[in-house]
Design a protein around this ligand. Structure first.
Ligand code: ATP
Length: 253
C-alpha cells in the first residue's frame, strides 16, 4: 500500500533497565500523513519506546530512522530540529509565563527573528484554539488547556511528525472530542502523528493504525477494526467490555 519510505521506522528496538526488559525487539513504522496509536496496559513499555525514539534514552539494541536518517541515540534537540517532536505525559508549562510566551519558547528554536517567532506563535495559538487565552499565565489554565498548550509548544517547533503522550488523560467528554478534532486537524495539515493513549473510545475512531505493546513486546499492528477484534489484544488489554461496546456501536446502538 505504501510505496514511499516510512516517515518513522523503528527496527528491532530493545530497551533494558538493569535486568528489566521494557521494550523487546519492537519494530513498526509510521508513514507520512498517518495517525498511528500505540496502546497497551500500564507498564507495557509505551513511554520507554517514546523516550528511545525521541532521544531521551539510547536503546540497548535496534535502530530508529526518521525520514530515512538514522537518529538512534541522537540528542533530543537534534531530533526536534529534524522535525520530530513530542509532548510529555506530565504537562509542565512554564507557569509564570503567559500562554504565548510558552509557545514562543518552541518558536524560537526555528525562527531567525523575534518577528518571525511571533508570527509562528500566533499561527499555532490559532490552530490550537488558544488565541483567546494567550495573555493568561500558563499556570492558571485548565488541564485541557495545559494539554493543548503542550501540543502548541510542540507545533511551534515546526514538526513534520508529533508524538503525543497521553494528551487526553484527565479530560472530560467535550474536551476529549475537541482533542480528537485537533488531532484530525493536524493530520489535515499534513502532520504525522504517533499517539500513546488509554482512552480507546477517543483513539480508535481517529487512528489509521494501532500498534499494541504488551510486556515490552509488540503483539499487534493493524487497523482499529482488526485490533479491537484481536483475541490476544482483548485478553491483554481491551477486555470484553470495549470489544462488546464497539460491536454495539457498529450497529448504531
Ligand atoms: N527509568 C526507569 N528505570 C527503571 N525502570 C523503568 C524506567 N522507566 C520505565 N521503567 C519500567 O519499564 C517498564 C515499562 O514502563 P513504561 O513507563 O514505558 O510503560 P507504559 O506502557 O508507558 O506505561 P503507562 O501506560 O503506565 O504509562 C515498566 O516495568 C517500568 O516500571
Amino acid at each position: 500500500m505504501f510505496m514511499q519510505e516510512p516517515m518513522l521506522e523503528v527496527q528491532n528496538v530493545t530497551m533494558k533497565f538493569g535486568s528489566l526488559i521494557a521494550n523487546e525487539d519492537v519494530s513498526f513504522s509510521v508513514h507520512k500523513g498517518e495517525i498511528v496509536s500505540l496502546i497497551g496496559p500500564n507498564g507495557a513499555g509505551k513511554t520507554t519506546l517514546f523516550n528511545c525514539i525521541t532521544g531521551f534514552y539510547r536503546p540497548y539494541a535496534g535502530r530508529i530512522y526518521f525520514q530515512g536518517r538514522d537518529i538512534t541515540g541522537r540528542p533530543p534537540h537534534e531530533i526536534t530540529a529534524m522535525g520530530l517532536t513530542r509532548t510529555f505525559q506530565i504537562v509542565k508549562p512554564l507557569k509564570e509565563m503567559t500562554v504565548k510566551e510558552n509557545v514562543l519558547t518552541g518558536a524560537f528554536l526555528r525562527a531567525s527573528s523575534r518577528k518571525e517567532a511571533e508570527k509562528i506563535a500566533e499561527e499555532v495559538l490559532e490552530m490550537t484554539s488558544l488565541s483567546g487565552k494567550k495573555d493568561m499565565p500558563a499556570g492558571s489554565l485548565t488541564i485541557a488547556d495545559k494539554k493543548r498548550l503542550e501540543i502548541a509548544r510542540a507545533l511551534a517547533t515546526g514538526p513534520k511528525m508529533v508524538m503525543l503522550d497521553e494528551a487526553m488523560a484527565g479530560l472530560n467528554q467535550t474536551e476529549i472530542k475537541e482533542a480528537m478534532e485537533l488531532c484530525l486537524n493536524l493530520k489535515n495539515r499534513g502532520i504525522t502523528l504517533l499517539i500513546v493513549e488509554h482512552i480507546m473510545e477517543a483513539i480508535m475512531p481517529i487512528s489509521d493504525r494501532v500498534v499494541v505493546l504488551n510486556a515490552g513486546k509488540k503483539i499487534a499492528d493493524a487497523s482499529p477494526e482488526e485490533v479491537t477484534s484481536n483475541e490476544e489484544v482483548i485478553k491483554a488489554y481491551l477486555g470484553e467490555r470495549y470489544h462488546a461496546k464497539s460491536k454495539k456501536s457498529e450497529h448504531g446502538v
